[in-house]
Design a protein around this ligand. Sequence first.
Ligand code: AP5
Ligand code: MG
Length: 209
Amino acid sequence: MRIVLLGAPGCGKGTQAPLLAKKYGIPHISTGAIFRAALADKTELGVLAKQYMDEGKLVPDTITIGLVKERLSQPDCKKGYILDGFPRNVHQAEELATFGNVDACVYFEISMETLAPRITGRRVCEKCGATYHISTHPSETCDVCHGHLIQRADDSLETFTKRMSVYEKETAPLIDFYQKHGLLKTINANQSVDEVSNDIVRLLGENHD
Ligand code: AP5
Ligand code: MG
C-alpha cells in the first residue's frame, strides 16, 4: 500500500503517519524529518536544507526528488510506504508517478483556527523526533526515548505564515491533481487524534498486502 498524506503545515500528518505505519507494517517516510535529521548530523544536505526551511520555503526539487527516489528504492519499501510531506508540488507528484505508484492520497482538511495553536504548541523530541503538543503533554521529556523536547525552529508564527502561503500556492494544487487521478480521500482533520485515525483506517481498509 503506497499512501500520500497531504495537508497544510500542522494538520497532523506527522502524528498519523507513525500510527498508520505501525498498523499496516510499512515505513513512514517524512521528507521534513529527513532534512531535520540531516541538519542535526550537520551533513551537507542538512546545512543546505536549513536555509530553505528557516524561511518556510521548499527545498529545491533537484535535491528532494532524488532523495525520495533513493529512499523508496530500499528493500523496506517493497510492501509500500506512507509518504508524509512529499509530494509538495505538482512537479514532485508527476515525478513520483514515474518511480512509485500511489494507491491513495489522504487529504487532511482543516480550518485555520485549528491550525495555528497546533503549530505554536507543538514540541518535538530533539533525539528521536517524536511529536507532542503542550496541551496534552506538558512535560519536557519524550515518552519514547526520554530525550529533551524542543520547539521546531520553523514553528514561529512568522515562519508558519510563510509556510502557509507556500502551501496555498505550491501544495494545495495537489488536491485537484489527486482528485483528477481518482485517488483523493478527504478526512476531517479538525477532530481528535483517535477520530482522525479511525476515519483514515475506515477509508483505507483494515488490512493491506
Ligand atoms: P515538514 O516537516 O513536512 O512540515 P509541514 O508540512 O509544514 O508539516 P508539519 O510537520 O508542520 O505538520 P504535520 O502535518 O506533520 O503536523 P503534526 O502531526 O506535527 O516540512 C518542514 C520543511 O521541510 C518545509 O517547510 C520545507 O522547507 C522542507 N520540506 C519538507 N518536505 C519537502 C518537500 N517534499 N519538498 C521541499 N521541501 C520540503 O501536528 C502538529 C501539532 O498538532 C503537534 O503538536 C501534534 O501533537 C498536534 N496534533 C496533531 N494531530 C492532532 C489532533 N487530531 N488533535 C489535536 N492535536 C493534534
Ligand atoms: Mg510533520
